[in-house]
Design a protein. Structure first.
Length: 114
């Protein structure tokens, strides 16, 4: 498939991808907000921080995956590319929902007494 055809197909999916990327950015922002709200020096928070950073890394990995999708579509037919985009969008949405769920269910960390 030509680069132009890939771009046209991506434009068709763009509103979905934009929503997904906005979700990624919000999720990273939520994670950063939680990190700022805890006392990162206290030893009791090591496990919590590790889980939180892991969730952030998984979101960044999803963003990197999105960047490689256009390259892969360039060697596919339009039908194959459409199926590929649909499958990846569905998978990425599912993974992001899983990360959001894990973030919501993290136990509240202990904070330092002031």
């Amino acid at each position: 498939m030509s680069d132009n055809a890939v771009k046209q197909l991506m434009e068709f999916f763009s509103h979905r991808w934009d929503g997904l990327m906005t979700g990624h950015k919000k999720l990273l922002s939520d994670i950063e907000h939680v990190i700022k709200d805890i006392d990162v020096i206290r030893h009791e928070n090591v496990e919590f921080r590790t889980k939180l950073y892991s969730l952030g890394e998984r979101v960044v990995a999803l963003e990197a995956r999105e960047d490689s999708i256009v390259d892969k579509c360039s060697s596919m037919t339009r039908t194959a590319c459409t199926e590929f985009l649909t499958r990846n969008f569905s998978d990425m949405t599912s993974r992001m929902s899983q990360i959001e769920g894990e973030l919501k269910h993290l136990p509240k960390p202990k904070t330092a007494k002031k």
